[in-house]
Design a protein. Sequence first.
Length: 217
Amino acid sequence: MRARIERHIEQRTLMLSGVSHDLRTPVTRMKLALSLMPEDDEVRALRRDVDEMQRMLDAFLGFALIDATETQEPVDPVALAERIVTRAQGEGADVKLELEGPRSDVALRPLGIERALENLIGNAQRYGSRVIVGVSLAPHKLRFRVEDDGPGIPEDERETAMRPFARLDPARNLDRGGNVGLGLAIVSDIAVQHGGALRLGESARLGGLQADLVLPR
């Protein structure tokens, strides 16, 4: 059963990435044609539409290219989180890292987890001014927690927020690249690939969104 599921995921990934990649060629031609046309209000409006199509395709391709076949390897989750937080701090973000429990390697798909954390931290930065990233290692699970002081997500919308192409209140759309609706869906998919889950709640300390990426060891 596991082998069949993995084959299905791989086929889905190849199909979606192929479709998304093929669509980028005509979009590029459209952008080139518009750049050669005289500038007026209609051309500017069309250019905005094409740019939006490009952002949607990029987000969709990113979702399709989540590598479900990436090999798990021993990874220091603290070091991984430290790299991402340091990059965010280097860009001027108010991001703090907190550690809980012992420190040891865990079998992970490192590229997938790095992408998931970058997505969560990026979303937190976008909708809040303060971000706290926590790494907690217990005997049977690993938890990455990202909290912010933004508007959060109402309880009755949290499940919807993790679905692909979900559209939330404009005050907090959680797709980093625009109003496409793939931000949390990507994180949730990566969590499921590891046998874990993404859980959303309210931050008791900052009052905004609390996102827990929980993975079994």
